[in-house]
Design a protein around this ligand. Structure first.
Ligand SMILES: Cc1cc2nc3c(=O)[nH]c(=O)nc-3n(C[C@H](O)[C@H](O)[C@H](O)COP(=O)(O)OP(=O)(O)OC[C@H]3O[C@@H](n4cnc5c(N)ncnc54)[C@H](O)[C@@H]3O)c2cc1C
Length: 440
């Protein structure tokens, strides 16, 4: 017998939590319930799958350990942009061939368009801004690779990216002593991710899907022709299960996941609103979303209320000393890159998990050996568009409207285990030190 209970939300102190009017509580599952499909994780991926399934008349529930948008979907930088893999376009072509690489890039563009279309059709603005994005060369020598990339992207993918010189950057309001040139990409826009994920959840509810908060799934076992998802105060029985917990996944639910993903940290700081004088002093007046050419990149943008959002990658461990070191590094990088704002302390700072895989590509499909279990995970720090479209496509697979081979090849390969999984964070830490050294 199904009952629910309201539990207080767990907050993380992000700007996004403060910037949306009402954070709806998700009621906790108490007792037992049966659904056709049960989804683990109420982020962009899980909710997108739920929306499509509910709209197709399938009985579906989403279980989250905390609440809608508690994971990366409510914590990210809000760059709805290309991405989802750590392989660049050249590597994609080498690994999967030109046709599949093109298909994959077209899929990323379709993801951006899907998010824009959703927001438009739901009448949700979500503080959108920025036409496309820009990659900023953080060293003189990186301009050459931006130039060759522009030509490569045009020739192989028909992408018309434009190169900006250092002077042009200054003229267009991308002021900073460490920006030597830029490559402007014509795709993507920025949004308030919490506003988007809340709107997505609301659409799921309206379509008849159920969302349970404070209901971590602690076990997944086979029970006749159904799966049995254990939670603290009850269980769900479902014919099909979707794993959509990404960087927040419990590695033992199911055991197949163990050692196959690598959660790493990304951190964000947001300043108070900046005055005209402060913006001019730095020379940063553009609302275009930007990132730099470091491997451990920084991403930043001026928000519509003129706060400045500054994000970093590169944290591996989540304990207090490691997080303090990550924040300290982020502050130092911010001061160096935006010296006119060196004394402006962040009003908000937080961090979250992104999910890497061994192949450096996501996986969207049926989990081998577990009949009726599917996964949509591994967005490599770029999941706003990629998780949204992939959740929807995964629902298409479940509904039998899509075949696995209809997806771009880079998405079709189930995650392999990392070598020596217990040590994977240690060797990643080593790799990050090396990247940090190279980035300098
Ligand atoms: C700081 C930061 C900045 C980022 N910036 C960007 C950006 O600007 N642009 C971009 O495209 N991407 C960005 N990303 C990545 C992007 O946010 C993610 O790829 C995307 O949100 C993942 O969505 P998801 O639905 O797959 O998973 P998530 O949103 O992480 O959701 C997973 C959910 O699963 C739940 N869960 C976990 N285990 C269980 C369990 N056992 N039972 C029940 N529930 C469970 C969690 O509570 C969580 O809510 C960023 C990520 C971070 C952390």
């Amino acid at each position: 017998m199904l009952q629910t209970r309201n539990e207080p939300r767990r907050t993380i102190g992000s700007y996004w939590e403060a910037s949306v009017p009402v954070l709806k509580p998700d009621r906790q599952l108490i007792g037992n319930a049966t659904f056709e499909v049960a989804i683990i994780g109420a982020g962009f991926a899980g909710l997108s799958a739920a929306l499509k399934l509910a709209q197709s008349g399938v009985s579906v529930c989403v279980l989250d350990a905390e609440h809608v948008g508690y994971g990366a979907s409510g914590r990210n930088g809000g760059f709805c942009c290309l991405g989802g893999t750590k392989l660049d376009e050249r590597q994609l072509i080498r690994k999967f061939g030109l046709e599949e690489a093109r298909k994959f890039v077209a899929y990323q563009v379709a993801g951006i368009n899907l998010v824009a279309h959703r927001l438009d059709s739901w009448g949700v603005h979500a503080d959108r801004h920025s036409k496309g994005e820009i990659y900023l060369a953080h060293r003189l020598k990186d301009i050459e690779s931006l130039r060759s990339n522009a030509a490569f992207l045009k020739e192989n993918f028909g992408i018309k990216a434009s190169l900006l010189s250092r002077d042009e950057l200054q003229e267009e309001g991308y002021g900073g002593p460490g920006f030597y040139g830029g490559l402007r990409m014509p795709y993507g826009f920025a949004l308030n991710p919490m506003a988007y994920v809340q709107a997505l959840a609301e659409q799921v509810r309206r379509a008849g899907g159920r969302i349970f908060g404070k209901s971590p799934v602690t076990g997944l076992t086979r029970d006749g022709d159904r799966w049995h998802l254990e939670t603290e105060h009850g269980f769900v029985r479902a014919r099909k299960v979707v794993l959509a917990a990404n960087g927040y996944a419990n590695e033992n639910v199911p055991k197949w996941l163990h050692g196959r993903t690598m959660p790493v940290m990304s951190s964000i700081q947001v300043t108070r609103p900046l005055s005209d004088a402060e913006l001019s002093a730095q020379g940063w007046t553009t609302d275009t979303m930007a990132s730099d050419t470091r491997v451990l990149l920084h991403y930043f943008r001026l928000l519509p209320d003129r706060r400045f959002l500054f994000g970093t990658r590169g944290g591996v461990f989540e304990n207090a000393p490691a997080l303090a070191a990550m924040q300290k590094r982020a502050r130092a990088d911010f001061r160096e890159m935006f010296p006119a704002w060196a004394d402006i302390e962040p009003e908000y700072s937080w961090h979250g998990h992104v999910c890497l895989s061994r192949s450096l590509t996501p996986f969207v499909g049926a989990v081998p050996g577990l009949d009726g279990v599917y996964a949509a995970m591994g967005w490599h720090g770029s999941g706003v568009a990629m998780a949204s479209i992939s959740g929807e496509k995964l629902a298409g697979l479940i509904l039998g409207k899509l075949r696995a081979q209809d997806l771009p090849l880079p998405l079709q390969r189930p995650f392999r285990k990392f070598p020596l999984p217990a040590l994977r964070k240690l060797y990643l830490q080593g790799a990050y030190w090396w990247y940090g050294y190279q980035d300098r």
